[in-house]
Structure formats: C-alpha cells, structure tokens
Design a protein around this ligand. Structure first.
Ligand code: SF4
Length: 372
C-alpha cells in the first residue's frame, strides 16, 4: 500500500499542509461523529505537541496518546528493581544507562540519579557498547546496562550481548525490559478501556518489524491503522489516510512511511532478536502483565540477564501517589487532568515517568502545551 506523496517536490511544496488539512476538514465533516486517533509512539507524541497539530485539527478529530513511551510503560515495580541494583553497587557494580532513565522515580521516589548522589556508581552511556567497554576496562566489577525500550532499541542491545559473548566479556549484563507494540494494541482493543477509532502506528518500530504484525487490526477488529513518519506532514497525511478509511467504511492498513518501512521489516534486526530473545508476559505500568508482550534474554544468553544474575525478583508496588501516568498512557485522560501537572510535577521535579522521559506525554504537554 505505497503512496507516492513523498517525492522531493512534495516536501518542498509549502502549500501541501493546507491541502492535506483541507481534506481532513472535508472528511471530518462527512464523518460528523467524534473520532479518537491514538498515537502509539512517544516520538509521535512529541512531534504532535511540538508542531501544534492537535490544535489545528477539526474539533471532532482527537489525537490521544497511547502506551508508546518506553520509559513510561516500564512498570513501577521494574523501576524499583533497576534502582535496587544500586544497593549492591558501591565499588562492586557499575550501573550504565541512557540518560532518560536517570531521573525516573521508583515507588519511594528514589531514582538512579539519587542513588548516584548517595554513592552508587551510575554512568550515562550513549550506546550499550560503551557499557561493554566499561566492563572490559573494569574486570573486577560487574557492569549492568539498563535495557528498556521497544522493538527499536531491542536489536542493538541483542547485538551488544552477542558481541559480549564473542569477545568473552562475562562481567556484563542487561536488565531485559523490552516491550512489544502489537500485543499492547491487542490488549487495548480487547480491554475496551479507551474509545479508540483508529491507530496512528509507529514509524520506527514498524521499520524493524514490518507491517504484517498489524494484520490482525483489520482482520480481527476492523480497526483502521496507518504507519506514519515523524515530520508534521507525515502525521497530517497519516490522519488524513485514517479519516479516509473511516469515511469510506473500509478499514485497512496504510503505510504512509513507505520510505522507511518495508512489509518484511528489517530482516537482520529480526534475526538477531530471534537468536537472543524469547517472549514473556511483560509487566506494563498501570496495566499489569500482557501476554507475550516483552522480550527477555533466553537460551545461552540468559546468563546476561542482570535480574537473574543478582537474584532480583519481580515486584508489585503502588504508583506514585496522585500520579495519573497510567491513565495518560491508556489515553483515558490528558496530562493536564492531573492535579500535579506543572505544579508539584515538572521535568525538574518529576513525580511520574511521563514527566521525565523525552517521549512522555506529560513532558510533551509541559514543554509545548503550556504555550498555547
Ligand atoms: S503530571 Fe506528573 S504526576 Fe501527573 S500524571 Fe504526569 S507524570 Fe504523573
């Protein structure tokens, strides 16, 4: 289902956004009823907020954010397990992480950042391979990389674990907390928690997994879907394609981001993940376990699972008091419905993960929404 919109000429035409918007308004008039389009990608959430697209759409077309921010969907219990690694840190263990996990508060509002202030050896890295280098340079210490993310991050970390095996690094391990998008979509539709009329599907994840894993949306749920890129025009065009499906009464799967997404996905990334991971019922924030919705290290790679290596068991803990992050992730409330929003909870003083992550809905609303 390719479209030919994205030629060089298309990108340079300043009137194209107006043309798409006009189509969107015409379609929304024909549809009449209120339409909820859920974006299930944190990068979309940020791009929508930054470009102000939400504000220029017709009143009956709502963009609602879904569980697409990897840091935000990591359960409070799993955040606590990561932070608890700092209890065995000191001079024995080095925790390495991408920067967006540093300030995420656990149930006691302690974070990796706070653990670092209290003496734990917590280091920000820009690639998991940097963590392997730290392990190689510190053979007397254990080095853990905080592995959190979707199908986009998981292949790189799988490659890193394979490389650790190849170069015989045994003092390196990963917290395998990878989430998968299609099972989350199925959960949302089965649970009927939120009113969803269409999905704006993630471009980057789809570039890895291809578009066959979304076939069930139409076949089993008659649910319109469009895989879209991250430029404002990509998103507008994605909305237009979804409205067109709804107006025609013919739900389908459109691939607006055909310049990056192929039907079969990225075969190399998929084969690496197949070698290193197995699926498990991952815990999602405010949702709980979703069947086969996560990747964990399996087979010969299981010994690189930091939670197993250090016997850190699963935990069930309460969400931070008054934080509506779970409801925000399910598209049930907008961030400014939370009474902490922009008062007690800001990017500098986050109460929940949705305000910490660069892809969190609360952070997006705080950064861009308050201006309007
Ligand atoms: S504003 Fe803060 S406390 Fe409120 S839902 Fe968002 S992250 Fe949670």
């Amino acid at each position: 289902m390719k479209n030919n919109y994205f030629s060089e000429k298309y990108w340079k035409d300043p009137t194209i956004a107006n043309k798409i918007l006009r189509e969107i308004f015409l379609l929304s008039k024909k549809i009449k009823k209120s339409i909820n389009i859920m974006e299930v990608c944190g990068t979309h959430t940020m791009a929508i907020a930054a470009s102000g697209i939400r504000d220029i759409l017709p009143n009956n077309v709502n963009l609602i954010s879904g569980p697409g921010c990897p840091v935000c969907v990591t359960s409070a219990g799993d955040i606590d397990r990561i932070i608890s690694l700092s209890d065995i840190s000191g001079d024995k263990l080095i925790i390495t992480t991408f920067g967006d996990m540093l300030k995420v508060p656990g149930s006691g509002r302690k974070s990796l950042s706070e653990a670092k202030v209290n003496g734990a050896d917590v280091r920000v890295v820009y690639s998991p391979m940097d963590a392997v280098k730290i392990a190689r340079d510190n053979p007397s210490k254990e080095v853990v990389f905080v592995g959190v993310g979707f199908e986009t991050t998981a292949p790189l970390i799988a490659l890193t674990v394979m490389e650790s095996v190849n170069i015989n690094i045994n003092n390196f391990s990963v917290t395998p907390l990878f989430k998968l998008v299609p099972p989350a979509l199925r959960f949302l539709l089965d649970s009927k928690i939120a009113k969803i009329d269409a999905f704006l599907l993630p471009g980057h994840v789809s570039a890895v997994i291809g578009y066959e894993p979304y076939d069930f949306l139409v076949k089993e749920y008659n649910m319109p879907g469009t895989i879209a890129g991250f430029e404002p025009l990509d998103i507008l065009r994605g909305v237009e394609l979804l409205l067109r499906q709804i107006e025609s009464g013919r739900p389908g799967l459109d691939v607006e981001y055909s310049r990056a997404v192929k039907k079969e996905g990225n075969k190399v990334a998929l084969s690496v993940m197949k070698k290193v991971y197995g699926t498990y019922d991952a815990q999602w924030r405010a949702i709980g376990p979703i069947k086969n919705s996560g990747y964990t290290l399996s087979g010969t790679y299981e010994k690189y699972d930091a939670f197993k290596k250090f016997a850190i068991k699963e935990r069930k803990v309460e969400e931070p008091a008054g934080c509506l992050c779970g409801k925000v992730l399910l598209g049930l409330v907008k961030p400014n419905a939370c009474h902490h929003f922009a008062k007690g909870c800001t990017p500098q003083t986050p109460i929940g993960p949705c305000m910490v992550s660069s892809e969190g809905a609360c952070a997006a609303w705080y950064k861009y929404g308050l201006k309007r």
